[in-house]
Design a protein around this ligand. Structure first.
Ligand code: ATP
Length: 518
């Protein structure tokens, strides 16, 4: 089980230019994060890997459940859509979290995130229930108080505490009991106004998910391209949610990026496609180095399913064990059979027929063709968070090893690493810098489109290795005293620290093979 320190991961992310607090010089803004040079490239590499493996060459060319190639087309839709889109999708009526405020400390919490310590015996003898937010300073403080009051304690979700008991709850960091308000619904969509008049008629929303843009353009895609069901529409882009309690670094942000795909199929084939995408998506995250005990696929229980997924093939989450969720897991991606809920809703609200005519189905006619069938396709949706993906990659990569030149290193998968290779002269003289510069240019020309290639001539070699270890650069090539006579350099593997010699004219092909970049 991981025991990595989130504080250390955040400190390294800042120090090395992976992630900065947004508007930091103004004191920051809660729930918003910027990516520094290394982080921006890491994020781009993850988005690119998704695009390659979902759109350009879905699942690496694997065939679908009945042996057919998997077809996905891309889309790029607006952040602001017609407000009716969000009425149809249910986001205006239902996209809200139960929220409680503490009248004393003025803190705001999601009711379903708070827990209380209660006596194991069940009898609190007029004493308070001690509320806390897991992974915050309140957890230990409240536990101490509760143990003093009750001896053996158990932890209970606040929402499971009977309403009449709420007056006896001592909120985190509060002095007096009963300061928590009743839970209230809080719509998570950011509101804005279109045009200059800014009246209530001009209200619009920043999209809380990228998915709806794809449902709304389903008919256009079918009518203007040659796609045939089953096929998918995919896009990546920003989404905005006015989260009640943004926290855990970038895990719960108010502005974030999603990578979503809507796969349209006939209802009868939905169970096979659901299983296909669930397994494919889990395999994809594994392929990027999030393997082992920190990754799990969790099938939702029946009572957890969204209303539109109740009668479907199911919903699964790919979950990662983040340091702040350990020993539990946090969602990275959800794969859901959404039935034909979204298309049906948009068909009703827009009064536009969104049915698909499937010429390959229906009764077989004497001429050998089918009569055809009209239907609203069902949808399997793998919906992933790009920022959560980057966070999982950073957490997985972070490694402490006191015996190394850098006691902290980032084991980022070579495909995602923002710096692909670094080239050093051992010393900045004796012809070494000229040779390393030549090798650098050769590698830069070939691999520069996949990520950074660095040439560094300054400082002791140990320090240069340490810098690259922290930045997650998988391979460092060093031109040394032997290079001139043997026409070879050393290559140092970031993960093992081991070095081997390689002929200088083989370096480029060697790296190509290691990075999977031609
Ligand atoms: P959660 O239960 O954690 O709020 P969700 O189930 O509401 O997430 P979805 O609506 O399924 O999330 O969105 C798909 C993906 O978008 C999630 O798996 C997650 O990776 C990402 N995501 C959702 N909300 C946020 C957020 N506030 N910050 C960062 N990523 C998010």
């Amino acid at each position: 089980m991981t025991s990595k320190s989130m504080d250390k991961i955040m400190a390294l992310s800042k120090r090395r230019g992976f992630v900065y607090q947004a508007s930091e010089i103004y004191g920051g803004i809660n729930g918003f994060w910027d990516y520094g040079p290394l982080g921006a490239q890491l994020k781009k590499n993850l988005r690119e890997a998704w695009w390659q493996d979902m759109v350009m060459n879905p699942c690496g060319g694997a065939l679908g459940p009945s042996g057919e190639p998997v077809r996905i087309v891309p889309l790029d839709t607006c952040i602001i859509q017609h407000p009716k889109v969000w009425e149809a999708s249910g986001h205006i009526a239902g996209f809200s979290d139960p929220m409680v405020d503490c009248r004393e400390t003025k803190a705001r919490y999601r009711a379903d995130h708070l827990f209380v310590y209660a006596p194991q015996s069940g009898d609190r003898q007029g004493k308070p229930l001690f509320a806390y937010l897991p992974d915050s300073t309140s957890e230990q403080k409240q536990k101490k108080k509760a143990e003093k009051a009750f001896g053996e304690v158990v932890s209970v979700e606040l929402v499971k505490v009977a309403k009449e008991e709420w007056a006896s709850v001592l909120a985190p960091e509060a002095e007096k009991v009963g300061s928590l308000t009743e839970p209230r619904a809080f719509n998570l969509m950011f509101k804005t106004y279109i045009g200059a008049t800014a009246t209530e008629d001009d209200v619009a929303y920043l999209r809380p998910e990228t998915a709806q843009g794809m449902f709304v353009q389903f008919k256009n895609v079918v009518d203007t391209t040659r796609v045939k069901v089953p096929f998918g529409i995919a896009q990546t882009g920003k989404a905005f949610r006015n989260e009640v309690t943004p926290r855990n670094f970038t895990f719960r942000s108010r502005e974030f990026e999603q990578m979503e795909m809507e796969f349209f199929c006939h209802e009868s084939e939905a169970p096979q496609w659901y299983a296909f995408w669930r397994d494919a998506r889990m395999a994809w995250w594994k392929s990027l180095g999030l393997s082992g005990e920190n990754l799990q696929l969790r099938e939702h229980d029946k009572d957890e399913l969204a209303h539109y997924a109740k009668n479907g093939a199911g919903t699964s989450d790919v979950e990662y064990r983040f340091p702040f969720t350990a020993p539990g897991f946090g969602e990275l991606e959800g794969i859901a059979h959404r039935s034909n809920f979204d298309l049906r809703q948009h068909q009703t609200h827009s009064r536009t027929n969104l049915e698909y005519f499937d010429a390959s189905r229906g009764e077989l006619l004497p001429n050998g063709s089918h009569k055809g069938e009209k239907y609203l396709p069902h949808v399997i949706e793998p919906a992933a968070g790009l920022d959560r993906g980057v966070l999982a990659v950073l957490c997985e990569a972070f490694t402490e090893d006191a015996s190394r030149p850098s006691p902290e290193l980032m084991r980022i998968h070579p495909r995602l690493a923002p710096i692909k290779a670094a080239i050093f002269p051992l010393v900045n003289k004796e012809g070494m810098p000229e040779t390393s510069e030549k090798l650098y240019l050769e590698l830069f020309r070939r691999f520069g489109r996949a990520g950074f290639v660095e040439h560094d001539v300054k400082q002791a070699i140990g320090k240069r290795y340490a810098r690259m270890d922290e930045a997650g650069c998988p391979y460092c090539f060093t031109v040394d005293g032997e290079t001139a006579s043997s026409q070879s350099v050393t290559v140092r593997d970031r993960d093992t620290g081991a070095q081997e010699r390689l002929a200088i004219d083989r370096v480029s092909d060697w790296l190509s093979e290691k990075l999977g970049v031609v």
